[in-house]
Design a protein around this ligand. Structure first.
Ligand SMILES: [Ca+2]
Ligand SMILES: [Ca+2]
Ligand SMILES: [Ca+2]
Length: 170
């Protein structure tokens, strides 16, 4: 998969209503939806961090500040630098919401709940987990998880790109 295809997949996943725009509301609903599905209360400290991280991502993506991110804006923005500076904390914050026992790793149940919370199809959850759990110990570490998403976002080359919970398929 090339970079533009990977970006297109991610953009489509974030444009929940399919109108060709990632609205501020659509994007900021992600941590809320994840927290609700993962049983986190509205005043959970991890949810506060997730909200802040997502606000930062949206402000960074929305180059002209009109509250709407077009594909042109997204495409120009997405890359290694934006991933490391603003995406990584947001994705990490979702990981932390899902890490129920706080050990810095997701087991299969935690991982599956996170995917579900972010609206990914359940059919390939097993394959996705197996691909990420490279040493087969039943856990996916935070760094490994974020590194896989980074490689997909920045060069489209993650070995299990279609199964990552970025929602990308194909
Ligand atoms: Ca939309
Ligand atoms: Ca905009
Ligand atoms: Ca855990």
């Amino acid at each position: 998969m090339n970079t533009i295809t990977a970006k297109r997949h991610i953009f489509t996943m974030l444009d929940v209503d399919g109108d060709g725009i990632i609205s501020r509301q659509e994007y900021l609903a992600r941590p809320e939806r994840a927290a609700a599905a993962l049983g986190r209360a509205g005043d959970d400290a991890l949810l506060s961090s997730a909200r802040t991280a997502h606000e930062r991502v949206f402000a960074s993506m929305d180059a002209n500040g009109d509250g709407r991110v077009t594909f042109a804006e997204y495409e120009a923005w997405a890359g290694e630098r934006s991933f490391d500076e603003v995406c990584r904390p947001a994705l990490g914050s979702l990981f932390d919401l899902a890490d129920a026992d706080g050990d810095g790793r997701l087991d299969r149940a935690e991982f599956t709940r996170l995917r579900h919370a972010l609206g990914n199809p359940p059919d390939n959850a097993r394959e996705a987990f197996d691909a990420l759990d490279e040493d087969g110990d039943g856990h996916v570490a935070r760094d490994a998880y974020l590194a896989q998403i980074r490689s997909f976002v920045t060069d489209g080359s993650s070995p299990m790109a279609q199964a990552l919970h970025t929602g990308a398929r194909g």
